[in-house]
Design a binder for this molecule. Sequence first.
Ligand SMILES: *Cc1c(COP(=O)(O)O)cnc(C)c1O
Length: 406
Amino acid sequence: MTAPARTRASADLIRAEEPVLAHNYHPLPVVVARAEGTWVEDVEGRRYLDMLAGYSALNFGHRHPALIEAAHRQLDRLTLTSRAFHNDQLAGFAERLTALTGLDMVLPMNTGAEAVESGIKVARKWAYDVKGVPADRATIVVAAENFHGRTTTIVSFSTDETARTGFGPFTPGFRIVPYNDLAAIEAAIDETTAAVLLEPIQGEAGVIIPDEGYLAGVRALTERAGCLLIADEIQSGLGRTGRTLAVEHDGVVPDVLLLGKALGGGIVPVSAVVARREVLSVLHPGEHGSTFGGNPLAAAVGTAVVELLETGEYQRRAAELGVVLRGGLEQLVGRGVVGFRARGLWAGVDVDPAIGTGREISERLMREGVLVKDTHGSTIRLAPPLTITAEELESALASLEKVLGG
Ligand SMILES: *Cc1c(COP(=O)(O)O)cnc(C)c1O
């Protein structure tokens, strides 16, 4: 009898998923087996440049040595306590994260959607306890085309019909206004408004960057109206745009900041609500929680992530290489690219639909050894690890030029 093959072929593994895995994704036909830095390798040993970086969960690349070391060190000591007890990693994590963001307090959670849910709960409680909104009347103003996650409450204020259809009844209390429209936000705010919840750059929508002055305008409006500004920086934050936070480009400090994705260093899910003391102080024992939130492994990895960001190196790389990315994309406008939006190492690229859908372009790039993800229609998103080199970035741009037929 022969021993079973230790690894199965890509095609076999893809086929094996079909009957046993929920079909809520449509992955590119690549089966990744290992990765390091900017590169991933499939089951057959083919190498690909990762230009998606786990939707920014891998801002520091795959298996960054400092992050892996922090995880290993913690795995050997203590991994989980629950919040029923204190652990020796959490205080340091919260101290460093508040220092990095300039805010006062941290509510540790796990996934991005949980951070958003927690931010909504905190804003509502603040509205009742501090602002004095009558019970169960609080409203939250959000933007159309938003992406904040997949829970029932969050899809309640999505405008993406695929994300919503079949999942009602929905949570009330949200007012949806067009993005990048200050007057619409002003009109939507009234005495019941607990918060305005926005992505400083709309990632899933196609890296939509609002006009200069929009975020500062929202900040001024929310201050005047006495409601909170919640910035969902789960994708835009932690170095991606060339600053620690995307709101810094507009000189804005939110009341509540939602972080996730890269906060877990590509190793474990780590998210957080980071806020002013007056806001997070509304929570008392028993009113909110999470079994895994703030666990020592997550806190150790999160601390190591903050340490990397404290050096400023990754923000600087994103800003500098962002110039290379922008320059390369400008060369392609009119040659397969109809337009693009970019900030730091993050771009939404609209491809001429005559050349192919975003999916088709992504598949062609995969065959060239470059992994990206489409968003809507003919838009592809580029978000490489911030550890990418200029040469790697230029080779990815050359591959894009090639598949566009340039
Ligand atoms: C990814 C994302 C979320 C949800 O994060 P999950 O970890 O997938 O739950 C929320 N907001 C934004 C802006 C995101 O990009």
